[in-house]
Design a protein around this ligand. Structure first.
Ligand SMILES: [Zn+2]
Length: 304
C-alpha cells in the first residue's frame, strides 16, 4: 500500500473519514472514530487531519485567531466552514474568512428560536464560496436577505431554514397552517416561486441557481379544514409563503386571487440564473428534529 501514489492514499483516507456516521447536529465525524488511522504513521496523521478539517466548526470569532496562531496551514484545508452562532458569541465583530482560500461552502447554524440575535458578520468571504446554508434563525424576510447575501456575491445555492415564514401579502412572519394533505416539498422552475419581495433583495446574486427554503407548518384539525388552505397537487395558487389569515381572508375574492397568482407567474424582477426554488415543508416535530437543539454542542476545533 505504501507504494501507492500519495493521491490514492489521500482518497482512501478521505473516504475513511467521511464515510463515518455523522450524528446531527454535529456536522462532522467524531475524532475518536478516526483517530486510530492517524496513529499509523506521521504521513497518515497529516492526511487524516487534513481530511477531518475539510469541515471546520467554529463557535467564537476568537477561535479563528487561535487557528491562525497555532495552525497556519489549517485554513487552506477547509472546504466547509460551519459557524455555530449562539448567545455567547461576540456578534458585533467580523468573522474574517480571508485565509480560507479554498472554501466552497459556509454553514451558519443559529440557536433555534433566538430570533433576536443578528446574523453573524462574515467578512472577506473568498470568491470560491458558492453555497450558503442558514438554519435555526427565527425569521428571514426580504430585508434580512440584504445582510445575508452581501458577503456572498458568487452564491449558486442558498438554503434557508427559518422558524417563521414570510407572507408577502401581509408582510409579516408566521407559522404556516394547512389543511391535509401537505406535500413534502414544492418545486418551482424557471425563476418563479420566490416569496414576495425576495427577488428585489436577491438581485445582487447574479449566479444564484437554486434556493431551498423551509416552511414549518401546523396541520389543521378536521374542524378547521378549509379548501383554501390546501395546497393540493395542482398548487393552483402557487403557494410561496402566504399565511393562513391572508389565504382565508383574500383568496375567496376571485379577481384578487387571480391577479395575485398572475403576478407570481410573471415576476417583475427576474434573477438571471435562478432555475429552481424548492419549498420544503416540515411539521413542528420534524422541524425540531432538523434544526436540533445545538445549545449543548460546543466543538473546539483544536481539541482533538
Ligand atoms: Zn399574510
Amino acid at each position: 500500500m505504501l507504494q501507492l501514489p500519495i493521491e490514492i492514499h489521500n482518497e482512501i483516507v478521505f473516504h475513511f473519514v467521511w464515510d463515518r456516521p455523522i450524528r446531527r447536529p454535529r456536522p462532522k465525524p467524531r475524532w475518536r472514530d478516526i483517530e486510530p488511522l492517524s496513529l499509523v504513521c506521521r504521513a497518515f496523521r497529516r492526511m487524516v487531519l487534513e481530511a477531518w478539517f475539510h469541515t471546520l466548526c467554529i463557535c467564537r470569532r476568537q477561535d479563528l485567531s487561535i487557528v491562525s496562531q497555532y495552525w497556519p496551514e489549517l485554513p487552506q484545508w477547509v472546504r466547509v466552514f460551519v459557524c455555530l452562532h449562539n448567545l455567547l458569541v461576540d456578534y458585533d465583530d467580523e468573522w474574517d474568512l480571508a485565509r480560507f482560500v479554498n472554501l466552497r461552502e459556509v454553514v451558519v447554524q443559529m440557536l433555534p428560536f433566538w430570533d433576536v440575535i443578528p446574523f453573524p458578520c462574515l467578512a472577506n468571504v473568498p470568491p470560491s464560496v458558492t453555497k450558503l446554508d442558514m438554519t435555526g434563525m427565527g425569521e428571514i424576510g426580504p430585508t434580512d436577505l440584504e445582510a445575508i447575501v452581501k458577503p456572498f456575491p458568487n452564491l449558486r445555492v442558498l438554503r434557508l431554514q427559518p422558524y417563521s415564514t414570510w407572507c408577502g401579502l401581509c408582510n409579516t412572519f408566521t407559522s404556516s397552517s394547512f389543511s391535509c394533505p401537505v406535500p413534502s416539498s414544492l418545486t418551482y422552475e424557471g425563476g418563479v416561486g420566490l416569496p414576495a419581495h425576495f427577488a428585489q433583495f436577491l438581485q445582487p446574486l447574479e449566479d444564484l441557481e437554486t434556493l431551498y427554503i423551509t416552511a414549518k407548518y401546523d396541520l389543521l384539525s378536521d374542524e378547521e379544514a378549509n379548501p383554501l388552505l390546501e395546497i393540493g397537487e395542482e398548487n393552483k395558487t402557487m403557494w410561496s409563503g402566504e399565511c393562513r389569515d391572508c389565504m382565508q381572508r383574500l383568496y375567496p375574492d376571485d379577481s384578487f386571487r387571480e391577479d395575485w397568482v398572475a403576478k407570481k407567474k410573471t415576476p417583475a424582477i427576474h434573477l438571471p440564473a435562478l432555475k429552481r426554488v424548492e419549498w420544503i415543508f416540515l411539521s413542528g416535530d420534524a422541524f425540531a428534529n432538523e434544526t436540533g437543539d445545538k445549545s449543548h454542542f460546543r466543538p473546539n476545533p483544536l481539541h482533538l
